[in-house]
Ligand binder design. Structure first.
Ligand code: XIL
Length: 396
């Protein structure tokens, strides 16, 4: 699990050494060295083998084919991942075939069991059942975790969205929420999406509860509170339509540059990259230009000392232009993976879901029931898009 730190590498050499020197004793000691585990150990059960003791990370990795996404990404110290595991998507950690597919498709998963409505359904009363189930699976399978999300304008519970709180009260609610979660998962969640989608489509700060209550300070405060709760976690600003050029990436660039200039603890920018059909169709109609814009943005964000993660990628078939849409989709995935891998500080690529039967975009627009935006088909078979990413990861 790499999720490279700002200026720090997370025990990569040590990990390699551990894998080579094998197996149980060393794997256990290496895991302990990599990250202090203050919280109780993960559930000892493997989702595919109830009751069987958890395998060590080294063994879990060794069980994946050498040409799996996980093995290839591990070999090049890049993170490949799957996100969006909560609610009905917990089949990924419950069903044995899905679980095995996930295990070998990912060095990192995004645990999105932290939507406010799920995690704090009543003020001050936290519910971590979903997040814990996903986290236990990740730990048992030696897969790193990104945590999603601490501050967002969506998925708020009614008590918060329709409550009548003063600015000071909301400030205290936000701080309590962030610190309760981040401190509980300290040592388990390697990277957090701290603030999500704070910039609107015009490049202004989005009109949200948080902006109205705290002004633009809510962003800086959120990063500082999260950092206090886990000084080792990597902290990300995450958004959509922000990977290339235009008013949104411009605004986000100046936002994070300003945070860095003021020594706010921010370590990266997340590019959601839901390529569904607005400006994103450029990847189908003029891919060289879209990729050049993305590469330039990766470069300037990297030059600020920030990592970049592609955090929620999917490629809808709906606006693709070629007859063989799966081939075109594969080319888009492959080219984006290549662009990320080529940028020294683009360190992870995560898709938002595992297989086409369970994508969040299914049912979101007319005709989307038959869309197929992910790397695995409805029978969990790898698609051309999977093979395109695999080819990029295999390149040296
Ligand atoms: C989606 C989830 O996958 C759904 O389960 C949820 O109901 C709605 O949100 N941007 C984000 C993600 O940051 O949290 C969203 O995930 C997709 C858009």
């Amino acid at each position: 699990m790499y999720l490279r730190g700002s200026g720090r590498r997370v025990s990569v050499g040590l990990r390699t050494l551990c894998a080579a020197a094998l197996v149980v004793v060393l794997a256990v000691s290496c895991a302990a060295t990599r990250r202090p585990e203050s919280a109780p150990a993960a559930s000892a059960s493997d989702a595919s083998s109830p009751g069987v003791p958890a395998r060590s990370p080294a063994l879990a990795e060794a069980s994946c084919p050498a040409d799996s996404l996980r093995s290839l990404a591990t070999a090049r110290r890049f993170d490949i991942g799957i996100g969006g595991l909560i609610q009905s998507n917990r089949y990924m950690v419950r069903d044995s075939m899905a679980s095995q597919t996930l295990r070998c498709a990912a060095t990192v998963i995004t645990n999105n069991g932290f939507y406010w409505s799920a995690v704090e359904p009543r003020q001050g009363s936290f519910s971590f059942a979903q997040a814990d189930e996903i986290s236990a699976w990740a730990q048992a399978n030696g897969v790193a975790q990104r945590g999603h999300v601490l501050v967002w304008h969506n998925s708020l519970p009614a008590w918060l969205e329709h409550g009548s709180f003063t600015g000071d009260e909301l400030r205290s609610i936000l701080k309590t929420h962030i610190q309760a979660i981040v401190s509980r998962y300290r040592g388990k969640i390697r990277a957090w999406d701290v603030v999500n989608e704070a910039v609107d489509d015009r490049g202004n700060l989005r009109d949200t509860l948080w902006l109205r209550a705290l002004g633009s300070d809510f962003i800086e405060l959120s990063f500082r509170w999260a950092h206090e709760a886990d000084p080792d976690a990597l902290l990300f600003y995450n958004d959509y339509r922000n990977e290339g050029a235009g008013v949104v990436p411009e605004r986000i660039y100046s936002l994070v540059r300003d945070l860095k200039a003021r020594a706010v603890p921010i370590h990266g920018v997340g590019l959601q990259m839901h390529l569904i059909g607005g400006r994103e169709t450029m990847y189908a109609t003029n891919r060289p230009a879209a990729l050049a814009e993305m590469a330039a943005n990766l470069k300037r964000l990297g030059d600020l000392g920030l990592q970049v993660h592609v955090t929620e990628m999917d490629v809808s078939l709906v606006k693709l232009t070629e007859v063989d849409k799966l081939a075109q989709q594969a080319a888009i995935y492959g080219d984006i993976a290549r662009t990320c891998v080529a940028a020294p500080r683009c360190t992870a690529l995560v898709t938002w879901g595992l297989d086409d039967a369970h994508s969040w975009i299914t049912g979101r627009y007319a005709g989307s029931d038959t869309d197929a935006p992910l790397l695995y088909d409805r029978g969990l078979r790898p698609k051309p898009a999977h093979d395109a990413i695999r080819a990029v990861l295999a390149l040296r």
